[in-house]
Write a protein that binds this ligand. Structure first.
Ligand code: RIB
Ligand code: CA
Length: 313
């Protein structure tokens, strides 16, 4: 096997975050250096608890879990209990975690880890608002050239927004953090709604997952059953978009995805379009191409990968 890929997962569980974490922990291609929680779908005390619940579900209490930022850089925290439930991980009954939360702040962990490792070794996988990443880059600008790349779920362009007509949740919650990231010079792979809205948790796909009949696949199917109801009603589709596991799947099987290098700018001035990701997909400006933007996914291949892997836990 080629060398394992060293990753840090930054996340705000969230049912779809949980599936992404399970996929990463089930995949031997990764060396998960740590998981940092951020406020987003639910407040930080819940997101850090939920990360530990998922690690225990995966049987991976060896993974170090850190709490990061409890609120966005500038704006007030906006949460999404209406999607994820009051715990942020509604669906299956998951016991309160026993594994410890690390004492170190998540942002300090990110800075320290990138500084300690060789340049180009660490990949950041972000599944929530980008507050921790922006704080780390601000606290330690020296780490920017050392980060291999940041693979982030967030944004939308032809697909529009899911939180306002213009903005996707992760970017909307902390647009200032997103703007800092897209101006940092760090290589970015952006996985927006244009991609994730093609990864629908159809009944057939969830039945195939449940048919695996393991503790983890049963819990995963229950997480999805709860999570998808809001989007099924909203979009009138069979299943809802499974956003965050696309980040981990891209690292495992980039051939399942396609996109192009584009300029991406973040709206932080207008309240009407706050948090909009302005993607120059057609190259009509001479602004720098600061991100590889993913637009398409082989959704059958994605769900086969996800189901096969988490069934191994
Ligand atoms: O807009 C979808 C994103 O917002 C996902 O990461 C979901 O978990 C929420 O954080
Ligand atoms: Ca998330």
């Amino acid at each position: 096997m080629t060398e394992r890929r060293a990753i840090i997962i930054d996340t705000d569980p969230g049912q779809d975050d949980a599936l992404a974490i399970l996929l990463a922990l089930a995949s031997p291609e990764f060396d998960v250096l740590g998981i940092t929680a951020v406020a987003g779908n639910v407040p930080l005390p819940l997101t850090q608890t939920n990360v530990r619940k998922v690690c225990e579900l995966a049987g991976r209490t060896d993974v170090r879990v850190f709490a990061g930022a409890s609120r966005p850089l500038v704006r007030d925290l906006v949460t999404a209990e209406y999607v994820h439930g009051k715990t942020g991980l509604d669906g299956p009954e998951l016991s309160e975690p026993v594994m410890e939360l690390q004492a170190q702040h998540g942002v300090d962990f990110i800075v320290e880890t990138v500084r300690e490792r060789a340049s180009g070794e660490v990949t950041l996988c972000t599944l929530g608002p980008l507050t921790n990443i922006a704080l780390a880059l601000n606290r330690a600008p020296d780490i920017a050239p050392k980060i291999r790349e940041i693979v982030m779920m967030g944004g939308g362009f032809f697909e529009g927004g899911n939180t306002t007509p213009a903005a996707e949740f992760n970017i909307y919650v902390d647009p200032h953090a997103a703007a800092a990231l897209f101006h940092s010079g760090v290589p970015i792979v952006m996985i927006p709604l244009d991609c994730t809205h093609k990864a629908l948790t159809t009944r057939a796909r969830i039945d195939a997952m449940r048919a695996k009949g393991t503790k983890v696949t049963d819990a995963a199917a229950a997480l999805i059953d709860f999570f998808e109801r809001f989007d099924e009603d909203k979009y009138g589709t069979d299943g809802g978009p499974l956003h965050d596991p696309c980040v981990i799947a891209w690292l495992l099987r980039p051939d399942l995805f396609s996109g192009r290098d584009c300029n991406v700018e973040i709206e932080i001035g207008s309240e009407l379009t706050m948090g909009m990701t302005v993607v120059d997909w057609w190259g009509v400006t001479d602004r720098p191409k600061n991100a590889h933007v993913i637009r398409d996914i082989d959704s059958d291949g994605f769900f086969a990968l996800l189901t096969d892997r988490i069934a191994r836990l």
